[in-house]
Design a protein around this ligand. Structure first.
Ligand code: C2O
Ligand code: CU
Length: 460
């Protein structure tokens, strides 16, 4: 019997199910390695970065909701590393946290990441071993999980916002990644901001064109404050999770480190008039982070507000009334300090901690202690009040599960994985602890996380 072409193709399509797992993993690698890229404007030297697959940002990974992501991390760096899949409700063993969920992958080593993608949305991946240096050097990329019924837009664009601190003379990263001054203050801020590895990122669009813009803040410490110019927009998702109703953008968009926002925007500017994504700069001006050049009239008429994105599964937060509220106080940092905190099994005063390069504490604990901040039974409702008793803002991120913020009147905010808590303010988060394992709860200002602001919870 001979195979027709159709039957042969059908046979091939079924093959991955029966092939050994390594065959699949081997075909899709993610290699952490040094690379040289042009980050600074033309005329300045190129920058030696740490990259995934030689790219900055790393390759965009785009898959369908419900499918499986598998990548073999190959470590071609000279330091150990690991990959965290930020915002994914993932198996704990795949979460990529060196020292908690896996051992860091040594130079020359590999690690196979493979997991399901239960939720559609805008996510990202980044190094989670000495992140304050590795992410700043370029180890991050976008992870997009597509809805089975995507929204009605003309284009879908991923914009990874970042900043880099470069020495203009040499093009290399400036200063020391562990600089104590930066770690004890607002963090490592770049002198060059950009999108998708370019300081002069731009888009072409037509008037009345409808774009989905997926913004990801991959910066170590910078809080982006953004405005739309020449575009009318709606927020349709935050940190990957759809809003029940799109909200028209009427004020600044605040995007803290690690946060994402999905916007649907209509280009309203006429041909030749400016449209842009503007970013608030330190000198009190608004700068174009992404210029949009408007090239002509799209034949379509103006559309009304977009429909909401389809909700992700199993996301309700229930049982609030019976849940105990646990308080997690953020302490430390410049101009405030703290009396004492627990570090490596001992109580230490602030001066002792500073000598060890530790500036911050969460709930009296500096860095990962032996015991979690809290243990939850599987399915239990968790409520944590994050109290910022410092003079800096902190972007607090929970691994493994999304939460809702709880307002003072008990009403629930949108589903998120990272919440910005301003100085002397507090935020309460609530979630159903339904994903078993050890999960970090830490500040995503990575210099803060690397000098004390990292704690964890355990779900049995
Ligand atoms: Cu995006 Cu623990 O981090
Ligand atoms: Cu912080």
């Amino acid at each position: 019997m001979s195979f027709t072409r159709r039957a042969f193709c059908a046979g091939l399509a079924a093959a991955p199910l029966t092939r050994p797992a390594w065959a699949q993993a081997e075909s899709s690698r993610l290699t952490a390695r040094a690379a040289t890229v042009q980050l600074a404007p033309e005329g300045y030297p190129a920058t030696e970065v740490w990259s995934y697959d030689g790219l900055l940002p790393g390759p965009q990974i785009r898959l369908q909701q419900g499918s499986r992501l598998s990548r073999r991390l190959v470590n071609d760096l000279e330091v150990p590393t690991s990959v965290h899949w930020h915002g994914i409700r993932i198996d704990n063993a795949m979460d990529g946290v060196a020292g908690l969920t896996q051992d860091a992958v040594p130079p020359g080593g590999t690690f196979d990441y493979a997991f399901e993608l239960p939720d559609a949305g805008t996510y990202w991946y980044h190094a989670h071993t000495n992140s304050m240096e590795q992410v700043a050097r370029g180890l991050s990329g976008a992870l997009i999980v597509e809805e089975s019924a995507p929204p009605d837009v003309d284009r879908d664009e991923v914009l990874m916002l970042d900043d880099w601190l470069l020495d203009p003379e040499t093009g290399s990263f400036a200063g020391n990644f562990g600089n104590p001054m930066m770690r004890s203050h607002a963090g490592r801020m770049g002198n060059l901001v950009g999108i998708n590895g370019r300081y002069d990122f731009s888009l072409e669009a037509q008037r009345n064109e409808r774009l989905r813009l997926r913004l990801i803040n991959a910066a170590n410490a910078r809080i982006f404050v953004l405005r739309l110019e020449g575009m009318r927009g709606w927020t349709v998702a935050l940190d990957g999770m759809p809003l029940a109703q799109p909200e028209q953008v009427s004020a600044e968009i605040i995007l803290a480190p690690a946060q994402r926002v999905d916007l649907i925007v209509d280009v309203t500017a006429d041909e030749g008039t400016p449209a842009a994504l503007l970013s608030y700069a330190d000198d009190d001006s608004w700068q174009a982070l992404a210029e949009v050049s408007v090239t002509g009239r799209k034949s379509r008429a103006t559309r009304g507000a977009p429909a909401p994105l389809p909700p992700n599964p199993r996301m309700e937060v229930t049982g609030l009334a019976d849940a105990e509220i646990r308080q997690m106080r953020m302490e430390g940092g410049a101009m405030r300090g703290m009396a004492s905190a627990r570090f490596e099994g001992q109580d230490m005063g602030f001066q002792q901690l500073v000598q060890r390069g530790q500036f911050w504490a969460l709930a009296g604990q500096v860095g990962l202690g032996d015991a979690p901040f809290a243990r939850y039974a599987r399915g239990e409702t968790a409520r944590i009040r994050l109290v910022n008793d410092t003079v800096f803002p902190h972007a607090m991120h929970l691994h493994g599960m999304h939460f809702r913020t709880v307002a003072a009147d008990g009403s629930l905010g949108p589903m998120r994985d990272t919440v910005l808590v301003m100085p002397q303010e507090s935020a309460e988060i609530a979630f159903v602890a339904d994903n078993p394992g050890k999960w970090l709860l830490h500040c995503h200002m990575l210099g803060h996380a690397g000098s004390g602001m990292t704690n964890w919870i355990e779900v049995a």
